[in-house]
Write a protein that binds this ligand. Structure first.
Ligand code: IMP
Length: 208
């Protein structure tokens, strides 16, 4: 029987591989945007992670005619009123590097005690169908901003973020461990469980 097809709204092959690993339990055919040329970009103009995830998933449905999943993530620092949040990629200005962003956070939190360094990584995954059904799934990973960069793994804010219960930064964890506890993994696991319950009995059944 033909499996339902889902498009992950990304051109990034590494991201697609990770998401495929979480989603593909045999009941879905998972494709990326590279399977639907030509490539395109979406301006992330939303004011929230939810807005941006939906923007990207809706665009992927328009371009491919298939059901699509998209994600948007950000780091929310309590002492900064939840910033950088949806602006995580460009917190230190347009064209800034990951190191610039990390330096800016460390500078803003300089002298603050651990109890004032609480932070949360949040990921929102949007599922949009060609029939116009939309669902959101969230993954959260709480922790702290450490006082200086530690570790070489990962990307972005990984060297300054210590997830709760690990005793080291994301950048000191293996990718396999990060993918067990990260905001992104948790959000995609929720989406996967939902899709599985929708399609397990009959591939013809659409999402609720
Ligand atoms: P995106 O929505 O996944 O592209 O994430 C937006 C920005 O949030 C990235 O450019 C990073 O700065 C930050 N970010 C998201 N997820 C992570 C993570 O797992 N580790 C470190 N930084 C992250």
């Amino acid at each position: 029987m033909k499996k339902p097809l889902i498009v992950i709204a990304t051109h990034n092959r590494d991201k697609l591989r990770e998401i495929r690993r979480i989603l593909n339990q045999g009941f879905l055919t998972v494709r990326g945007l590279d399977d639907f040329p030509p490539p395109y970009t979406v301006r992330e103009t939303g004011k929230t992670l939810e807005d941006n995830a939906l923007l990207k998933a809706r665009k992927a449905v328009q371009r491919t005619g298939q059901m699509a999943l998209s994600d948007d993530s950000g780091l929310e620092v309590a002492a900064l009123g939840g910033r950088p949040g949806v602006y995580s990629a460009r917190f230190a200005g347009s064209g800034c590097s990951y190191a610039d962003n990390n330096r800016k956070i460390l500078r803003l939190l300089k002298g603050k005690k651990r109890s004032q360094r609480r932070a949360l990584f949040r990921c929102v995954v949007a599922l949009v169908t060609p029939e116009g059904k939309e669902r959101l799934f969230q993954g959260r990973c709480p922790g702290w901003i450490v006082e200086e960069v530690h570790g070489q793994e990962g990307f972005g804010y990984d060297p300054i973020f210590e997830p709760k219960g690990e005793g080291c930064t994301f950048a000191e964890l293996s990718l396999a461990r990060k993918n067990e506890i990260s905001h992104r993994a948790l959000a995609f696991q929720r989406a996967a469980a939902y899709l599985k319950s929708s399609f397990r009995q009959s591939p013809k059944r659409t999402v609720r």
